[in-house]
Write a protein that binds this ligand. Sequence first.
Ligand code: GDP
Length: 366
Amino acid sequence: ALKVGIVGLPNVGKSTLFNAVSTSAKAQASNYRFCTIDPNVGLVDVPDERMKKLEELVQPKKTIPTQIEVVDIAGLVKGASRGEGLGNKFLGNIREVDAIIHVIRCFEDENVMRDEGDINPVGDKEIIDTELQLKDLESIDKKLQRISKAARVGGDAKMKAELAVVEKCKEWLEQGKNVRELGLTKEELPAIADLFLLTIKPTLYVANVDEASMHTGNKYSEALQKAADAEGAEMIVLNNNIEAQIAEMEDPDDKAMFFEEYGMKEAGLDVLLRAAYKLLNLNTYFTAGVQEVRAWTIKDGWKAPQAAGVIHTDFEKGFIKAEVMSYDDFVSHGSEQACKEAGRLRIEGKEYIVKDGDIMHFRFNV
Ligand code: GDP
């Protein structure tokens, strides 16, 4: 599964959010720093309205949503890149994720400890950004030491081009900017692919506000929104405490009442997970049979064999062809048989790029 890491300063509400997200609910929210030292990992279902519709039409024995992995990365503090507060360990955990959810405190509460003085979302964001940038600079400098001499003395054009990209990243980071905003081209990206830079990862900001501001935002979340806009990033306003309460409710009626009381249409978490999914450029295709209706996650642009490989590597290796219906056709005709009769079931080959919502059936050799 694709991995999303939750980062942020201590006591901003990361664990609270993670608890809400995680079905395993292993993390313990607490008012003490470093209480959650090991990254906590949870798998969450990606909410998708289309699953309900498919379930109605196909009446399968079971329905299995697609999931993403969420990791609670606790303990980032100022100085983490120099190893403060186990900082290096936490930064290492970020290296392994595909995208970052950066939680920022936008609520006042004197009972919740805070080392950085007055509530200051933009300042908090910068503290974390800076640590990640410093860590990236460290990786970049190591690479420069390795390649700069060889590239200058007798290096071929390819090495020189690589050096230029690495130097460009260095300059950018030194200006306090994230590599993801540098707009490196497809041709340039391989030059730094081996570094697994932290600031190149797609990032979504969560403004964790108090209950009174959950629908409207507040002055803190507004300030943060401006900062996010300036770098072309997405931000979501959430009240993590409320999300944690919702996540604990098992009875759908209780949940509905709670939503009513708080004027909510859906859990903020669902909004967050969909945004994370979009951030990662992910698409969903479905398999829909009487045994099960199931959603599968692929990246934008994947071809049919690669998509088949998500189900099983044998499907990819032995791929022959795929039978494909679009979600809209399936819903409007009502069944695979009806799609077939209407000529809406296509046979596609190895080069077919799977679309979001495709309903797929793979043929393969074993
Ligand atoms: P972490 O260190 O970032 O993981 O922070 P936690 O999730 O452990 O939260 C720290 C404390 O802040 C806990 O006591 C939470 O109950 C509290 N907290 C989290 N979100 C909110 C919020 O939206 N409003 C208020 N008032 N407190 C919150």
